[in-house]
Unconditional design. Structure first.
Length: 423
């Protein structure tokens, strides 16, 4: 498989080695939270009285052994966040980080999309997040530890981030200060995995367009994962550790800087046309569902993408152009193997807390509903955002539209906020 194909795998879960992080991590995180300034802290203005905080917590000696925790929250005064009763920890998807997925106005390049995190913060929800370590190094940065960045490490980092958030949020009762664990795409899959493997600190789970278990009638999706896993293992054996994101960055940057020039990626398209095709016809390279697409397309009579239906080209090109340069191949391979079913994993039946599934009809959509039937929770809510009936799935709400569409606040964010405020 090409490196492009490997970087596009948006999978999840964990192996039998994914034990609960040791109590030492919990104690250290609480100690860090009680120290005045134990690590670098960034504070950025977002909008109105909403600010973005970023904390870099070093957890080892490796170049990228840092747990980067984010918080988007209303302030009562400078450096004095409010303390909303409800909180969520959001996990980002592939070729992205917390900011580019959830606060895209702070991305580089900045996006015109307002962002899910500020929307929730404005409704008195304390929004937290954590970046996976492969998002940290620059294009020429030290990636000597990239090969260690697997799902077990990520689940441990989630535990540290949750512990830090709970220790930072004032509460007289640690049980009531538990946090909803949510995530988009691969982040949603990791939320499932963490809740199934550990679940400590988590009061509920909110998954945005992802699945964990594949329904028996969709064996072709499992076969795809098996083929990807085999190709990934072969690449790892050859010493490849970086499933880099240069493909996405190039598409996004050129669509912004030279939209009418010929694309060096897809020579039969202009740079704008390449971006449109990649978003609207994603299933041609990544058929995670039969007509899976990142953004809802407007199609002509020949099936060509002429425009994007829901998300602006500015927001989509910024999403691509702001992608972190690197991504862990080990993570991709481990998650492929779990989806294939060749590696033991925590089962969804271990999840007993409330669950929300919010899908996009043109992406994981209805295919994500099967996972919601596998949990043990008696409080399960499922909503698939759709514009059309089954005959027009190819044009319906796409994966990234949940974050970047003009109507995302009304169709996706408002139902999510309502659910969070009741959980």
């Amino acid at each position: 498989m090409s490196r492009l194909g490997l970087s596009f795998i948006v999978l999840f879960a964990c192996t039998s080695a994914f034990a609960s992080p040791p109590l030492r991590i919990e104690t250290e995180a609480e100690s860090l939270a009680s120290t005045p300034t134990p690590f670098p802290v960034l504070r950025e203005f977002v909008t109105e009285d909403i600010y973005h905080y970023r904390f870099d917590i070093r957890v080892g000696t490796a170049p990228n052994a840092i747990v980067r925790v984010h918080r988007v929250v209303r302030e009562r005064a400078p450096w004095r966040p409010r303390s909303p009763a409800h909180a969520i920890m959001l996990l980002h998807g592939d070729f992205a980080n917390f900011v580019t997925n959830f606060v895209p106005t702070l991305g580089n390049p900045a996006s015109s999309a307002p962002g899910l995190a500020p929307y929730l913060a404005a409704r008195d929800i304390d929004v937290w997040g954590v970046d996976r370590r492969w998002t940290l190094p620059s294009a020429n940065g030290d990636i000597s530890d990239l090969g260690e960045m697997g799902v077990a490490q990520e689940l441990g980092d989630i535990a540290i981030a949750l512990t830090f958030a709970r220790a930072t949020r004032p509460s007289g009762d640690r049980d009531t200060s538990r946090i909803v664990l949510g995530g988009f795409s691969h982040g949603g899959e990791l939320a499932y995995a963490y809740a199934a493997a550990n679940g400590r600190h988590v009061s509920a789970v909110a998954v945005l367009d992802a699945y964990y278990d594949i329904a028996p009638e969709h064996a072709e999706l499992r076969e795809l994962a098996c083929a990807n896993a085999a190709a990934g293992r072969e690449a790892l054996a050859q010493g490849v550790t970086d499933s880099d994101n240069s493909f996405f960055i190039t598409l996004g940057e050129l669509a912004r800087s030279a939209p009418q020039a010929q694309s060096p990626v897809f020579s039969s398209y202009t740079n704008r046309g390449a971006l449109l095709a990649m978003n609207g016809l994603t299933y041609l390279l990544a058929p995670y569902t039969p007509l899976y697409h990142l953004s809802a397309p407007i199609l002509d009579a020949n099936g060509n993408v002429t425009a994007l239906r829901e998300s602006s080209e500015d927001s989509v090109s910024a999403w691509f152009a702001s992608a972190p340069p690197h991504q862990s191949l080990r993570e991709t391979v481990e998650l492929d193997e779990i989806w294939c079913g060749t590696t033991p994993r925590p089962e969804l039946s271990n999840i007993r807390v409330p669950l929300l599934y919010l899908g996009a009809a043109g992406a994981f959509g209805d295919y994500g509903l099967y996972s919601t039937t596998r949990v043990s929770s008696t409080d399960v809510t499922a909503l698939v955002v759709r514009r059309f009936g089954p005959a027009r799935v190819a044009e319906d709400f796409g994966h990234g539209d949940l974050l970047y569409a003009a109507d995302a606040p009304a169709l996706a964010w408002q139902p999510l906020a309502t659910w969070l405020l009741s959980h």
